[in-house]
Design a binder for this molecule. Structure first.
Ligand SMILES: *Cc1c(COP(=O)(O)O)cnc(C)c1O
Length: 413
C-alpha cells in the first residue's frame, strides 16, 4: 500500500469526534434582515438523505453585522458600481499594481474618521493585527497581553518571538505588577528589551466587556509602553461619533496604534490600522501580511467607504442598536439571568454546564432562534454560555420572542 504520512489526520479527527469538537457549517441560503434561511442539518446528517433537506428561516442572534450595513442598499449600490468600473478582483498586491482609487479614498476617509494622520487597509482584521504587531515588535521586546485577547492578537504576539506577560483579564493591578517587575529588571531576560508594548482588545469578543483603556494609557505613560488597541468590536458602535471604545472613554488621542476591521459594524471586509504618517509609511514598506497578499477588491473598498459615510451621517442606526441592547439586557436582568459584565450588544448568558448549554441552544434552534453555544476550549470548563448579539435590525417583537423562549427554559430548570 502507498505510504501516506497523513494517517495521523484520521487519528486526530477521531479524537476530536470523541471530544465533541468536530465543527460544522450552518450554511445560509438566503438572508433578510435579522432572518436567515438555513438547511436543516439533521436531514443532512443521516447521510442517506432519507428526508429531503428542509430549509427553514431562523431569527439570528449571532451576526457581527451590528448595524445591518452588510445588507444596506447604499453599500450594495456602491459595491456594484465599483465592480462595473473596476471588475471583481484587484489583480495584484497593493505595492505592485493592486492599488485602485477606492483603496486610497478608503484610507483617507478612515484617517479622517478616526482623526489620525493616516491609515492602512489590510485584507482582514486578522491580517492587520498580524501585520502591525509582527512589524513593530521584535524578539528582544516585551509584550503585555490581556489573557482573553482575540486569537489574531495572540498569534501575532507569538510570531514576534518577544517575551510575553499575560495579565489577568482586565486586571490593571496585575498589569502594573508586571510593568513594575519589568522596570526593576526582575524578569530573567538576558538582553534588556528595547521596547515594551501593551496589547489588548477594546471590547472583548466573547463577553462584550470593555478593556480599562483609561488606566492602560496612564500605565503606558508611567512605564513608557507603546499601546496597540484592537477596536474590532468597538468601531462604529461606541463613542459619540462611533470611533470606538477609545472615543467613548476619551482616550483616543493617547493610544499609539489602533487596529480594527470593516467586517463587523461596518458590514464588509478588510482590516485596518490608524496612526501617525510615519507609522503607516513604515508599515506600508515593511509589513509582510500587507505586502505579500493580493489587495482587497475595489468593490470591498467602495462598500467600506460608504459604510464610513453612513456611520457618520446616520447616528440613528447606532441609537437603535443601543435601544435594543438596553432593552434586552434589562429584561434578562429582571428574569434573573447572569449576563456577566457585558456593556455592549454582545451579551453572554452564563449557563455553566457544557451539555446543558448545548441542550438549550438546540431547543432554541428547534424554536427557530439561531443562538450559538460557546463551549470549551473557547471558554473554560463549567463556564459554557449562550452568546447573543443584538443588532439594529432586530425589532422589539424579535427580542420579545427570544426572551419569552429563554424565560420558559429558565422556569423549567
Ligand atoms: C473579528 C476580530 C478580528 C478579526 O477581524 P476579521 O476582519 O474578521 O479578520 C480581530 N480582532 C478582534 C478582537 C475580532 O473580534
Amino acid at each position: 500500500m502507498k505510504y501516506t504520512g497523513l494517517h495521523f489526520v484520521s487519528r486526530e479527527l477521531e479524537k476530536l469526534k470523541q471530544q465533541g469538537l468536530i465543527r460544522k457549517f450552518k450554511t445560509i441560503a438566503a438572508i433578510n434582515g435579522p432572518r436567515v434561511k438555513i438547511t436543516d442539518d439533521r436531514s443532512l446528517m443521516t447521510g442517506r438523505r432519507l428526508l429531503p433537506a428542509k430549509d427553514k428561516w431562523y431569527l439570528s442572534f449571532c451576526t457581527n453585522d451590528y448595524l445591518g450595513l452588510a445588507q444596506h442598499p447604499a453599500l450594495r449600490r456602491a459595491a456594484i458600481a465599483a465592480i462595473k468600473k473596476f471588475g471583481v478582483g484587484s489583480g495584484a498586491s497593493r505595492l505592485m499594481a493592486g492599488t485602485f482609487t477606492p483603496h486610497e479614498e478608503l484610507e483617507q476617509s478612515l484617517a479622517r474618521f478616526k482623526q489620525t494622520e493616516d491609515a492602512l487597509v489590510f485584507t482582514s482584521g486578522y491580517a492587520a493585527n498580524l501585520g502591525v504587531i509582527t512589524t513593530l515588535v521584535n524578539k528582544n521586546d516585551f509584550i503585555f497581553c490581556d489573557e482573553l485577547n482575540h486569537a489574531s492578537l495572540v498569534d501575532a504576539c507569538r510570531l514576534t518571538g518577544a517575551k510575553l506577560y499575560i495579565y489577568h483579564h482586565r486586571d490593571v493591578t496585575h498589569l502594573e505588577e508586571g510593568l513594575k517587575r519589568f522596570k526593576e529588571n526582575k524578569f530573567a531576560v538576558c538582553h534588556r528589551p528595547s521596547k515594551i508594548f501593551i496589547v489588548t482588545d477594546s471590547i472583548f469578543s466573547m463577553d462584550g466587556d470593555p478593556a480599562p483603556l483609561r488606566e492602560i494609557v496612564t500605565l503606558a505613560q508611567k512605564y513608557q509602553a507603546i499601546t496597540i488597541i484592537d477596536e474590532a468590536h468597538g468601531t462604529g458602535i461606541l463613542g459619540n461619533r462611533g470611533l470606538g471604545l477609545a472615543e467613548h472613554l476619551g482616550v483616543e488621542k493617547q493610544i499609539d496604534v489602533i487596529t480594527g476591521t470593516f467586517s463587523k459594524a461596518l458590514g464588509g471586509i478588510g482590516g485596518f490600522v490608524t496612526g501617525s504618517k510615519k507609522l503607516i509609511s513604515y508599515l506600508r514598506s515593511k509589513s509582510r501580511p500587507f505586502i505579500f497578499t493580493t489587495a482587497l477588491p475595489p468593490a470591498s473598498c467602495a462598500a467600506g467607504l460608504k459604510a464610513l459615510e453612513i456611520i457618520q451621517t446616520q447616528p440613528v442606526l447606532r441609537k437603535k442598536l443601543w435601544a435594543n441592547t438596553d432593552y434586552i439586557k434589562n429584561k434578562l436582568m429582571e428574569s434573573g439571568f447572569d449576563r456577566r459584565g457585558s456593556e455592549t450588544p454582545i451579551i453572554p448568558i452564563m449557563i455553566g454546564d457544557e451539555k446543558k448549554t448545548l441542550k438549550i441552544a438546540d431547543y432554541l434552534w428547534q424554536k427557530g432562534f439561531f443562538v450559538p453555544a460557546i463551549r470549551p476550549p473557547t471558554v473554560p470548563y463549567g463556564q459554557s454560555r449562550l452568546r447573543i448579539s443584538v443588532t439594529a435590525m432586530h425589532q422589539r417583537t424579535h427580542l420579545d420572542a427570544l426572551l419569552k423562549c429563554l424565560k420558559q427554559i429558565h422556569l423549567d430548570r
